[in-house]
Design a protein around this ligand. Structure first.
Ligand code: SAM
Length: 272
């Protein structure tokens, strides 16, 4: 028997892994506030590989709100398995439309840069593992760079694009940027688990959330060749706030992409 005693109450499982026990595991996760409790139960069960002590440890970690991807070691992004090391920002499905649009704009053999790459989901979605294009990811966090490298990404530890500007300036076909863009003043409204576990440096976009967005626009303008594309994730009123800066740096064909609820999710544009 394995027993995890947390806020959701104890749960006991035996090795057989019957549907009833999976249900019990799911119920414990649901009591702890997990939204997709049944799916998570199945994932934790599979990741524990039938070892009940491991499963008990996994359950105890999950009910504290630790991201599932850190516990099971991976997540899925655009149909690809992405290794996610503990402490590294977990790729979000909400970033998938940006990655898919970037893939549409990148031609085979092209050169792309993914600013703030984290675990490297966007380079992977751009086909870097299959050699579709050269995609360089950058991140300030050595743990993220190591995780992206484990995902087969050419990853460099640096502040935005600083290390790439001398060698790649004016030669890049596409820049993607899922930078930290949560306004500092709104961080308190993030889900409790995100605030408790995910690195603040991956989320905090400064006042208005536009500090790194603005820097990314300026550095992308230097990296991109004429006609090259920039795709950035943002939200709220940030597209309007960024528009004059984009125009000032020679960007046009600006498209603001919204989700099915009508909320702004990303911005795509071209360097003239
Ligand atoms: C919101 S996460 C996005 C990660 C990844 N692009 C994804 O979609 O999963 C932002 C990432 O930016 C990195 N970061 C924060 N400030 C940075 C900077 N000045 N230069 C490079 N990376 C930075 C963080 O370490 C974090 O990995």
């Amino acid at each position: 028997m394995v027993r995890a005693r947390r806020a959701g109450g104890p749960v006991e499982l035996n090795r057989a892994g019957s549907p009833a026990q999976l249900e019990e595991l799911g119920a414990a996760l649901a009591r702890a506030g997990c939204v997709a409790a049944e799916d998570e139960a199945a994932e934790l069960w599979a990741a524990a590989g039938g070892d009940l002590a491991t499963l008990g440890d996994f359950l105890a970690r999950r009910v504290t709100g630790e991201p599932l991807a850190w516990i099971v070691g991976s997540t899925t992004f655009c149909g690809e398995t992405i290794v996610v090391h503990p402490g590294v920002y977990v790729p979000r499905w909400q970033s998938e439309p940006l990655a898919l649009e970037a893939r549409r704009r990148l031609t085979p053999g092209g050169v792309a840069v993914d600013l703030c790459t984290g675990a490297g989901p966007i380079p992977v979605a751009l086909g870097c593992r299959q050699g579709f294009a050269r995609v360089v990811g950058t991140d300030l966090d050595p743990a993220a760079v190591s995780c992206a490298t484990a995902n087969g990404v050419e990853a460099i530890e640096c502040d935005l694009a600083t290390a790439l500007l001398p060698s790649l300036g004016g030669r890049v076909d596409l820049v993607t940027a899922v930078v930290p863009y949560v306004p500092s003043e709104e961080l308190v409204h993030l889900p409790r688990d995100v605030l408790a576990h995910e690195p603040r440096r991956a989320l905090d976009g400064g006042p208005g959330g536009t500090v790194l967005l603005g820097r990314a626009v300026a550095e992308a303008a230097t990296l991109l060749r004429p006609g090259g594309s920039l795709l950035v994730e943002l939200g709220g009123e940030q597209a309007d706030a960024l528009a004059p800066l984009l125009v000032g740096h020679g960007f046009g064909e600006i498209v603001v992409a919204r989700d099915e609820d009508g909320d702004v999710r990303s911005l795509w544009c071209r360097r003239s």
